[in-house]
Design a protein around this ligand. Sequence first.
Ligand code: AVI
Length: 311
Amino acid sequence: MNKTFEQDIKKGLSSSPKYIPSQYFYDETGDQLFQQIMKLEEYYLPRIELEIIGSCSHEIFQALAFDAIDIIELGAGDGSKTLKLLKNLKSKGLNFRYIPLDISSNVLEINQSAIQNHLPDVDILPIAGDYMKTFSELSRQKNPKLVMFLGSNLGNFTPDKALGFIKHLYQHMNGSDALLMGIDLKKNPQMIAAAYNDSQQITRMFNLNLLGRINRELGADFKLNRFDHYPFYDPIKGSAFSYLVSLETQKVKLADGTCFYFEKNELIHTEVSYKYSLKEIEKMGMKAGFLKVRHFTDPQEYFTLSLFQNE
Ligand code: AVI
């Protein structure tokens, strides 16, 4: 049994307000549900990010100062979007090694075979584990690098943590390295609200799977139909918040006998997905220490690939 998971769940469910850390969405079931979310019409993020990759690869290539680099991707996932960028960079003659970092070794295997199939000449060095730790270790190597953090993963940090994260990356990068981040932009709130409350209810299952996972891994007796998915977007804060709502007063027990009590309509906070404006992204980049930020967006400015550099 995973001790950290157990401790985090016990801490979160005995806090007030209750919460479950969003990193726990991604067990095997959660990974599959997330793959389905990424194909939903309402969840526009990956579709538009891919579109931007298609249109800006040449400019990214031109912005890179070296012709032999390490491309390090944090939280790389299955690499489906990255493949397009890597293919485009390769066809322009960029010589690179691809280093995907992810917590899940499962997903890294999928990533490696997908990239290898299409780009047999590229050296791939997948590293499973905490990607911040691995990144700090890798940064001691002096090879020039392009660091990538795609998929609007930055949005799952609060703005303070997001800034801390970018600062940390900056401190471990050399002058000529570049950082490319895919970030979801503020837009019509209806569009964002729909992305987290899809009509096929996959996001609902994704959220409820947190309770399913606690049942499976900690022997809890959550009845999933006694909880509801409650997403809401606050356009002022620019954050989509996700909650689970207890539909009745109830008690839930873990296999070790620990009990948690829920009042009717009590909330469990499960996720934040912050959205930014282009100006806010620039400010964040500058505060972290970068001197230059360039945005590549779709024509409607729904999403950006932002490139942070020093030179
Ligand atoms: C992984 N992350 C960027 C997704 C997001 O949009 O915040 C996770 C997600 N949650 C619900 N739908 C997708």
